[in-house]
Design a protein around this ligand. Structure first.
Ligand code: BG6
Length: 450
């Protein structure tokens, strides 16, 4: 069977930085597919290849990469696309088309209708199967997500639709489920009886850079909270699924999302130079901090604090699960530190469990000590990148690393108050934490772990 990935947004940031390296890796590993990049930035394939590829690009991948100048505003584009595809299909008998939309949400409707038009004018003598892959954010808000889905369903079955959240392809995410459900010692402490609070920190040093046009319509809530952050929360707090099948996992994740109470405490800010290079300052939030609760039997009452955004001093992503410290009262000793699980996601994947152990040459004095798992030291440096895992699953037709439409719908419901707020957006100098993040910690009597 011949597989062709038709890459909408084929000259965009995501394709260049994440997707092509993932395709290259998979082709190196023996997967066989052709990539047809669609874009407006270059007129010819030669221009595209010379401008986008680096010296070490593998020849095997280059042979599989093709390009078509594609302007979505031009009504003749779908016809050109279908004749290009006929050329690629040639006399193959069985063909799979994977339409990959790496576009701004506002272009989805048009893209889907052009795909339908292309399909209609493809009269190949082969058996055609198809899939469609849609990047996050899926929609712009609850209403548009439902509308896009309805449109998608006119042309594709749910089995053929892959909605992306690349965080589900990350090793640490998959490890969260294994850590929680394959260890009796963790299971028995992972609930409101033992956990005091959870922090999720996702600080990035880079700004919006070349993605300004996309980001100014999106903002931090749609960029990372509606998807990555809420997915992390589902993995941290879902009940044990009946099995690790995609359907069973989705059932449990939906329960978590439905149990998230309306977010009452949140703040947003933007770094002061956002848009300066383009000549106009843009007032789109690039940082947010919030507190939320998952109101299920096992997690009700545990505050989950989140901070996420751009232009910070250090690139740090981590999850800190802080356990209650009853020992301090029982032993009448304020110096006893709490226990915690620290999942470092970036810059390095490590999982630490902190415990108190005796400090030598003291009389019963304890000191917090960390037991560390380091992904690279234990398993080597060849853990596949998230997008490689995601694309591999798409090729295999396995939906285990993709959020279901119900999850996406619930996630939009959860962030709606943040999207509709008219709270002022705090302007923060680059490389500094917005004041509201520090205030959130002070008001809630905790300290950020970083
Ligand atoms: C993307 C966001 O989904 O995730 C980006 O659009 C963000 O703004 C990125 O920088 C972070 O992903 P990763 O894999 O670099 O942690």
């Amino acid at each position: 069977m011949k597989t062709i990935i038709i890459q909408f947004g084929g000259t965009g940031d995501l394709a260049l930085k994440k997707l092509y390296p993932a395709y290259e890796q998979l082709i190196n590993k023996g997967y066989d597919f052709t990539v047809l990049a669609l874009g407006r930035r270059y007129t010819t394939k030669e221009e595209f290849l010379t401008s986008t590829l680096h010296e070490e690009t593998n020849k095997g991948f280059l042979d599989k990469l093709d390009y078509l100048y594609y302007d979505m505003k031009d009504v003749t584009s779908p016809k050109k696309l279908s004749s290009k595809m006929k050329e690629l299909i040639n006399d193959e008998k069985e063909v799979e088309l994977i339409y990959y939309l790496a576009l701004q949400p506002s272009l989805y409707e048009e893209a889907i209708s052009q795909i339908q038009e292309t399909d209609a004018s493809m009269d190949c003598l082969c058996t055609l199967t198809k899939k469609i892959v849609v990047e996050k954010p899926f929609g712009f808000d609850l209403e548009s997500a439902k509308r896009y889905n309805a449109i998608l369903q006119t042309a594709f079955t749910d089995k053929e639709i892959f909605r992306i959240d690349h965080y589900l392809g990350k090793e640490f995410m998959q490890n969260l489920l294994i850590m929680r459900f394959h260890n009796d010692i963790i299971r028995s402490i992972w609930d409101k009886d033992s956990i005091e609070s959870i922090q999720i920190v996702f600080d990035e040093t880079h700004g919006v850079d070349q993605r300004l046009g996309f980001y100014e319509q999106i903002g931090v809530v749609r960029d990372t909270i509606q998807n990555h952050i809420l997915q992390i929360i589902t993995y941290l707090t879902m009940n044990e699924p009946a099995s690790l099948s995609p359907e069973d996992i989705a059932v449990e994740k939906v329960k978590v999302l439905r149990a998230i109470t309306p977010i009452e405490e949140f703040h947003m800010g933007r770094y002061e130079s956002l848009g300066v290079n383009s000549g106009h300052i843009v007032d789109t939030p690039t940082y947010a901090a919030l507190r939320l609760y998952v109101n299920t039997y096992f997690f009700a009452g545990i505050p989950i604090f989140v901070r996420t955004g751009k232009m910070q001093k250090d690139a740090k992503s981590l999850i800190y699960v802080k356990f209650k410290n009853t020992t301090k009262q029982v032993m009448h000793d304020d110096s006893i530190a709490e226990n915690g699980v620290i999942i470092n996601i970036h810059p390095e994947l490590t999982i630490d469990i902190s415990m108190n152990l005796k400090e030598p040459n003291t009389s019963w004095k304890s000191k917090p000590v960390r037991f560390r798992f380091n992904q690279t030291e234990t398993f080597g440096a060849n853990t596949p990148e998230a997008y490689e895992q995601i694309v591999q699953k798409i090729l295999q037709g396995d939906k285990s690393l993709f959020p279901s439409m119900r999850e996406i719908t619930e996630s939009w419901r959860i962030v709606t108050p943040m999207l509709e707020t008219n709270l002022p957006i705090e302007v923060y100098p680059v490389r500094t934490l917005p004041r509201f993040a520090t205030k959130l910690a002070a008001d809630n009597e905790f300290q950020w772990f970083v």
